[in-house]
Design a protein around this ligand. Structure first.
Ligand code: S3P
Length: 449
């Protein structure tokens, strides 16, 4: 019987992931774990850095993005022990005590590192900072955080009217504001809340729809005086705050689990259990969208771990139905749109994704890139200004595709390739390491011939 082969070839300076799938396909089975949640990993490192005392972190994501956060704070005088250790220890310097770095802080590909950190740098009196990132990050809009920080009195300079990195920041004492954010963005919300920590008085952020709330949960756990009004999607932080180092156990990342949920849901004969996945309700939009599509997913062993809900997820193959994914659901599945587009290809009928224009300013323009790359595999889908219209019932064939250096695109294309007959080559596949360094080895583990 023909078997599938999966291999990664160095193609300097990039890598190519090749999947060769036989006509009868592959089924997926096993019990797996996914790496630590990326959003929680960044926040644990940052809050640990600005607290007094030690923060101990278990399950930290060892992807490129959190490594950038760690390196930036180390450059500002924060001691962080071996990142590969079971427990990573952060020796906090205390709020307002970051040191002026002697070189440029480089956030790499990580929007979360740069946008959250800006709130801390802008409010750090008497220090000067320069920050940058890779080619993708240097093209992403920073005005969404620069504008509210300027309203608080921040001094920030950069290209394109201070809206693109590299940025220069002269830290100073800021004033509290009530900011009505035009976008439901946890990065914007978190940046302002972090800047508010050092202000005298109440800083409020109101967002148009609820975005992920890891910052709020963790700030409270570290001792901040923070209140949430769920009705108006408002968060109030009272400054100046006193943060105390804590223990943080990082759950598995639901955004990484989503690749396996969809892979098993669309592949006949598959059953997977993904253990220890964070199921914070501000992140479970992907489960709701897959439930709308009639996927067979159950939550087992639900529990609370250091303030975050966690469960094991069991997924079995089922016949999916097309659905509409839009409105307030979008911010709760914002990073899962690429892999949901793959799920929709194997559903009966049409799936319509709307209100997702934010995807155009992620690590790549994910609407354009997913539409063009899935089309190369034979998919029928149309790019809309704010989403995708996807025809189900696809019969995909292997082809050469490109990640556009976007980790979630690389992995979504790999799952589409699993259901495409023949050879698919994913160029610049090394991007997966931003959030999921072991993606390929897990893929090999669960593929049953
Ligand atoms: C993140 C927030 C989201 C998400 C990103 C991580 C965070 O971005 O897309 O991957 O950790 O706060 P936006 O806040 O821009 O929606």
């Amino acid at each position: 019987m023909p078997t599938s082969t999966i291999h990664l070839t160095p193609n300097p300076p990039h890598q190519t992931l090749t999947l060769d799938i036989p006509a009868e396909g592959v089924a997926l089975e096993g019990r797996i774990q996914v790496p630590g949640d990326k959003s929680i990993s960044h926040r644990a490192l940052m809050l640990g850095a600005i607290s007094t005392g030690e923060t101990a972190i278990k399950g930290l994501l060892l992807g490129e993005d959190p490594r950038r956060t760690a390196a930036c704070f180390q450059a500002m005088g924060v001691e962080i022990t071996d990142l590969e250790a079971e427990w990573v220890k952060v020796k906090g310097v205390g709020l307002g005590n970051l040191q002026e770095p002697v070189d440029v802080l480089n956030a790499g590909n990580s929007g979360t590192t740069l946008r959250l950190m800006l709130g801390l740098l802008a409010s750090q009196p008497d220090c000067f900072f320069t920050v940058t990132g890779d080619r993708s990050l240097r093209s992403r809009p920073m005005s969404r955080v620069v504008a509210p920080l300027q309203q608080m009195g921040a001094q920030i300079w950069g290209r394109h009217n201070n809206s693109l990195a590299p940025l220069a920041i002269q830290g100073r004492r800021l004033n509290p504001i009530h900011y009505h954010s035009p976008v439901a963005s946890a990065q914007v919300k978190s940046c302002i809340l972090l800047a508010g920590l050092m202000c005298n008085g109440q800083t409020t952020v109101t967002e148009p729809a609820l975005s992920r709330d890891h910052t709020e949960r963790m700030l409270k756990a570290f001792g901040a005086n923070l209140t949430v009004d769920p009705e108006s999607h408002s968060v109030v932080i009272a400054g100046p705050a006193q943060l105390q180092g804590q223990t943080v156990i990082v759950p598995g990342d639901i955004s990484s689990a989503a690749f396996w949920l969809v892979a098993a849901a669309i592949t006949p004969g598959s059953e997977l259990v993904i253990e220890n996945v964070g199921v914070n309700p501000t992140r479970t939009g992907v489960l709701e969208a897959l439930a709308k599509m009639e996927a067979d997913i159950t939550l087992e062993n639900e529990r609370l771990v250091t303030g975050e809900p966690v469960a094991d997820l069991r997924v079995r193959h089922s016949r999916l139905k097309g659905c509409v994914i839009d409105g307030d659901l979008i911010p709760r599945l914002i990073d899962e749109v690429p892999i949901l587009a793959v799920a929709a290809l194997f559903a009966e009928g049409t799936t319509l994704i709307r209100d997702a224009q934010e995807l155009r300013v992620k690590e790549s323009d994910r609407l354009a890139v997913m539409a063009s790359q899935l089309s190369r595999l034979g998919a029928q889908l149309t790019e809309l200004p704010d989403g995708l219209e996807i025809q189900g019932g696809a019969a995909l064939h292997g082809a050469e595709v490109d990640s556009y250096t976007d980790h979630r695109v690389a992995m979504s294309l790999a799952i589409a390739a699993l259901r495409s007959t023949g050879v698919t080559q994913i160029q610049r596949a090394e991007a997966a390491a931003v959030s999921y360094p072991d993606f390929k080895s897990t893929l090999e583990t669960i593929c049953r011939q």
